[in-house]
Design a protein around this ligand. Structure first.
Ligand code: ACO
Length: 336
């Protein structure tokens, strides 16, 4: 058996910065409300008129950087795993687009649909492929284009102000050293809460024909819905459980964590977790202030920034934890 380790990281954010005050052109909101409830100051939204960024193209750009930093070329990548809830097309998924955009050989491409937990699920899948020896180098991407599908009105403000666009990627490579790389992954779901955070239509359960036939101006089923407080309450519990599960599996204590990278759902959630575990500011990385919640992209973007800032070093214990729509949640413990 082999271990898998992260050998390269990369990120891509659209240029267009949308501040909290900018949102006021579409909805009744305030910088104060958004910062107090979420910690968000600004986010990146693709400027649809002047940019050709898509979920796949952003993922490809982040992936290219990760491959270069791993000291590899696209020819060395054996497999692509692409996590998103906002693919360019209903089908096919974004992984095949990345294979094409990066001019890669005809390697397999798998799409992961686990929303805010998507990247944690993707790392876990890549880890299993590498452990068994099936693949040596896997490109794992999380990318989201939320801005095109958010309701820019006061009706949609509870969801719209939170989400941002962007992409992050890692290369995971085989190592024969069983004491380094991914030490454990834990994945969970609780589908009875699927509708508490969901976008229901268009889908096979609520197809375009039905939406158009009803022509109901109050129909918001094609915009994301979130039962915010309900999600918040579950998030703080499940984040904690996932982190504890990862620590216990590896006989680690909370003091052993050099860097916790929580999915950037809400700064208040991350601060609650930090306080609960008694972690210092140096032990937790947050960048939701600048990017909002980028769902499957949030962990790889934060991981990349933390690494670029020299906050993750060889030998560090890095914990990734996520919770989101599904509900789904999970954790990854890494010896960097
Ligand atoms: N600006 C101003 N006022 C607003 C806004 C806004 N953007 N949005 C809502 N309000 C108003 C509401 O209308 C409501 O007004 P009322 O009291 O007059 O009815 C009031 O503010 C309070 O609204 P709540 O929804 O109760 O606000 P809450 O304190 O719950 O904060 C939030 C909302 C930030 C969404 C929070 O619940 C949250 O972060 N939830 C968890 C999100 C999360 O973790 N998601 C998981 C990952 S996402 C994924 O997987 C895709």
């Amino acid at each position: 058996m082999y271990n898998s380790k992260i050998t390269g990281v990369g990120k891509y954010l659209p240029d267009n910065i949308v501040t909290n005050n900018d949102l006021k052109q579409w909805m009744d909101t305030s910088d104060e409300w958004i910062q107090e409830r979420t910690g968000i100051k600004e986010r990146r939204w693709i400027d649809a008129k002047n940019s050709d960024d898509t979920t796949s193209s952003m993922g490809a750009k982040a992936g290219k950087i990760a491959i270069e930093r791993a000291g590899l070329t696209t020819n060395d990548i054996d497999f692509i795993i692409f996590a998103t809830l906002s693919p360019d097309m209903y089908f096919p998924g974004g992984g095949v687009r990345v294979q094409d955009l990066l001019g890669m050989p005809t390697v397999g491409a798998l799409d992961i649909r686990n929303q805010c937990s998507g990247f944690v699920y993707a790392i876990s899948v890549a880890d299993q492929f590498i452990k068994t020896g099936m693949y040596k180098n896997i490109l794992v991407i999380g990318s989201e284009n939320h801005s095109g599908g958010l309701e820019r009105s006061t009706r949609g403000r509870g969801v719209t102000v939170i989400f941002g666009d962007g992409a992050g990627a890692v290369v995971m490579s085989q190592t024969k050293n069983n004491n380094e790389g991914v030490l454990s992954t834990h994945l969970h779901s609780e589908g009875k809460y699927a509708k508490e955070l969901a976008l229901e239509g268009p889908s096979t359960g609520r197809w375009v024909d039905a939406i158009m036939a009803e022509n109901n101006p109050d129909d918001v089923s094609y915009y994301p819905y979130m039962n915010g407080q309900f999600v918040f309450k579950h998030a703080v519990v499940r984040f904690s459980e996932a982190i504890i599960e990862g620590l216990e599996k590896n006989n680690l204590q909370k003091d052993d964590i050099d860097m916790l990278i929580p999915h950037q759902a809400n700064l208040r959630i991350a601060q609650f977790i930090q306080k609960k575990f008694g972690l210092s500011n140096a032990q937790v990385y947050n960048n939701i202030m600048r990017y909002g919640n980028t769902t499957a992209a949030s962990i790889p973007i934060a991981l990349t920034e933390a690494w670029e800032e020299g906050k993750i070093k060889d030998g560090n214990t890095v914990v990734l934890a996520a919770f989101g729509s599904g509900f789904t949640w999970g954790s990854v413990v890494i010896k960097w």
